[in-house]
Design a protein around this ligand. Structure first.
Ligand code: TXA
Ligand code: MG
Length: 329
């Protein structure tokens, strides 16, 4: 790693947006809020800035990045949209949906950012601060989640600093993110396929398209890695403390990640209890998931016992991230 940078943190006002744009234009690295998680942005057209980004995150360069733009029009300069892709973009953008599409012939995004693939992941976030940055910058911004590779994604500026202080130039602090899990990734190459469950539910996508979509071509259970989603390694989104899923009781020395009004047996003995949503609301649970995983990781427990979370709606993304966090490393 190169020399330690003096990472600045600025509240997300007009001055911060100006600084972020100057920094991106100079080839620097800027963490900024989106509605899902904080992203670590670099000028997508600047190969050297993209290389710096991979280095700062400790991310393997075979794992491609999402290009973020202001609107569908800007996205069409990067990728080829078929009818279904257009329909999804018109329905869910701006918002927590990423589309993997054939790369446009004259796509200006650096080859390193797409890991040499002939597809590209594009996303149009809804967060106001992110949108102001894209608008002023006027070029695509590649942005993985602003954490060290393999760690839990950041949902506030403190999480970003815990991982990346000294490794990036600027953090634009926009408070807590609202969705709390990453965007849903849908590939529209031939038949649409769900590569990563996320902030837009499978149900909403299927309703829009009028037919079911293929499941992730890989799962933690099958232990296989998808050729289509190189970043979806089984062990990912991982705290240091091991997780025990579908816990109906708490064992000695464990802490508890709860869900719903009725706590697991033995919760009184837990080193610490955090409830994703006492009222059993999956939207609230998604928004609190990563903060609570980080907090329980620091509780000094042997294991994080995790109560079952329903699998429908946002529960698909929550269960996906929990399985990855629990996967053997
Ligand atoms: O919500 C989000 O999507 C956040 C915010 C910051 O926008 N970003 C994010 O980026 O989660 P990242 O890099 O942590 O995850 C992007 C995923 C990776 O698993 C990567 O492998 C996959 O997208 N990906 C990127 N380009 C791809 C492509 N051409 N084909 C298949 N998967 C791709
Ligand atoms: Mg990530």
């Amino acid at each position: 790693m190169t020399a330690l940078l003096a990472t600045r943190v600025l509240k997300a006002d007009a001055a911060a947006i100006g600084e972020a744009v100057r920094c991106l234009a100079a080839g620097g690295l800027v963490a900024f809020p989106t509605e899902t998680v904080y992203g670590l942005g670099a000028d997508a057209t600047n190969g050297q800035a993209v290389a710096l980004l991979y280095e700062a995150k400790g991310r393997p360069a075979f794992n491609p990045l999402i290009a973020h733009v202001l609107d569908l029009r800007a996205a069409q300069a990067l990728a080829h949209f078929n009818a279904e892709a257009t329909q999804l973009a018109e329905t869910f953008w701006p918002g927590p949906l990423t589309l993997v599409l054939p790369k446009a012939d004259n796509c200006p995004v650096a080859d390193l950012a797409t890991a040499g693939l002939d597809s590209i992941a594009v996303r149009v976030p809804s967060h106001a601060a992110a949108r102001r940055i894209f608008e002023k910058f006027g070029k695509p911004v590649v942005a993985p989640s602003a954490n060290m590779s393999g760690h839990v994604s950041p949902t506030n500026a403190a999480h970003v600093l815990a991982d990346l202080r000294g490794r990036i130039d600027l953090v634009v602090d926009g408070g807590e993110t609202s969705v709390g899990v990453e965007s849903t990734i849908v590939a529209c190459l031939e038949k649409p396929a769900l590569l990563r469950p996320g902030g837009v539910t499978r149900e909403a996508i299927e309703r829009t398209l009028g037919h079911p979509i293929a499941s992730p071509p890989h799962s933690v259970a099958s232990g296989q890695d998808a050729p289509l989603a190189p970043g979806m390694l089984a062990s990912h989104y991982a705290p240091r403390t091991p997780l025990r899923l579908d816990a109906s009781e708490v064992d000695a020395g464990e802490c508890l990640l709860a869900f719903g009004p009725k706590l697991a047996r033995g919760f009184q003995h837990a080193a610490r209890v955090l409830n994703l949503s006492e009222r059993g609301d999956l939207i609230e649970a998604a928004a609190t998931l990563y903060s609570y995983l980080r907090a329980l990781d620091g509780a000094g427990a042997t294991t994080i016992a995790v109560m079952p979370v329903p699998r429908q709606g946002l529960g698909e993304a929550i269960n996906d991230r929990l399985s990855r966090a629990a996967a053997p490393r």
